[in-house]
Design a binder for this molecule. Structure first.
Ligand SMILES: NC(=O)c1ccc[n+]([C@@H]2O[C@H](COP(=O)([O-])OP(=O)(O)OC[C@H]3O[C@@H](n4cnc5c(N)ncnc54)[C@H](OP(=O)(O)O)[C@@H]3O)[C@@H](O)[C@H]2O)c1
Length: 303
């Protein structure tokens, strides 16, 4: 009898994400097993409970998904699960806390595509700012953009110390070269964006972060990407489906183009779907985090 496929979903927060449960079901997992309030120290035991009860054929039909809201904790949980494997009892593990890895991967890849198409530039040629840069999506966006070579700063809305501490912590963990800064008032934002080439907006949903007036101070802005799908847009003038649409009314820069939340969401969906699918029946188990998500997003966008 064919083995049923199972996804064990470990989550350190009180609730597993319904978004991820829907996504996993649509990827043909037969059984989804959510675990809430999972502590890092439980992951080794839960992983070994997952692997030892199935034959090698069953192991290929078994996966672990790690959720939550914290990028560093999700990576620690993924590494702990990896250390608990006893080949051939080994299953694929996919970390995507709060959808941050797949969303950030899609955002950076969409922006990189428009940068190439409209400005013939690479991320490594650019200075990038991440507004809302200290939340899960913002940190993941910053790390991916920095590792891709962009000179990237995480911008917090309240505290430079918070932004700098987070930048240092993630640089130490992942070898990125992030810096941190603060922008509370429009004057702060105007000063920061003057020489920015790229703006990523990953702030709380439904909050306008950059008005057209603020944006008009940008001198060399090439691409903006906004993941907020709840009105008003995080960046004034960005439309949900923008994929390289001009943002000329809002910036002094020539040919600024924008990427909107649904354009990013479309690629995020495809990335998460493809990576969940890849967990089933693959010959070798894989350990999937923001790096694999970014590679998949680039593959989907053909960049
Ligand atoms: N398009 C897609 O496919 C997709 C997928 C997933 C998520 N999203 C969107 O991605 C965005 C980020 O998600 P998240 O979970 O990382 O969000 P989050 O944790 O709610 O917020 C992100 C950051 O925004 C900051 N923030 C709060 N109020 C602010 C304000 N008034 N001005 C500037 N910054 C402010 C937060 O700071 P504090 O910590 O101080 O509150 C935090 O650092 C959200 O808009 C979400 O809806 C989009």
């Amino acid at each position: 009898m064919a083995k049923k496929s199972i996804l064990h979903m470990f989550d350190p927060t009180p609730n597993n994400s319904p978004f991820d449960i829907n996504m996993a079901l649509d990827c043909d997992f037969d059984v989804l097993m959510p675990y809430a309030n999972v502590k890092l120290e439980s992951v080794h035991r839960l992983t070994q409970d997952t692997i030892f009860s199935r034959s090698p054929a069953g192991v290929k039909q078994t996966g672990i998904f790690i959720g939550g809201r914290d990028m560093a904790l999700a990576i620690d949980m993924l590494n702990t699960a990896k250390q608990a494997m006893v080949p051939p009892f080994e299953v694929s593990v996919f970390a995507d806390p709060s959808g941050a890895f797949t969303t950030a991967a899609a955002l950076v890849a969409c922006v990189a595509k428009e940068l190439k198409t409209h400005h013939n530039k690479e991320l490594k040629d650019c200075k990038a700012l991440v507004f809302g840069g200290t939340g899960p999506v913002g940190i993941s966006t910053g790390v991916i953009a920095s590792l891709a070579g962009a000179d990237t700063a995480l911008i917090d809305h309240l505290s430079a110390d918070t932004a700098e501490d987070i930048a240092k912590e993630y640089n130490r963990r992942f070898g990125s070269t992030l810096s941190g800064d603060v922008a509370t008032f429009d004057e702060d934002k105007i000063a920061l964006i003057k020489d920015a080439d790229i703006i990523f907006c990953t702030a709380k949903a439904g909050v306008q972060i950059l008005s057209a007036n603020v944006l008009s101070s940008a001198q060399q802005l090439k691409v903006v990407g906004d993941v907020n799908a709840v009105p008003p847009a995080g960046i004034e003038g960005v439309q949900l489906n923008d994929s390289g649409a001009p943002l000329s009314q809002a910036s002094n820069s020539k040919n600024t183009v924008s990427v909107g939340a649904l354009a990013v969401g479309n690629i995020k969906y495809k990335v998460q779907h493809a990576l969940l699918k890849s967990m089933l029946n693959s010959e070798k188990p894989s350990y999937i985090d923001f790096r694999a998500a970014y590679e998949k997003a680039k593959e989907i966008l053909d960049i």
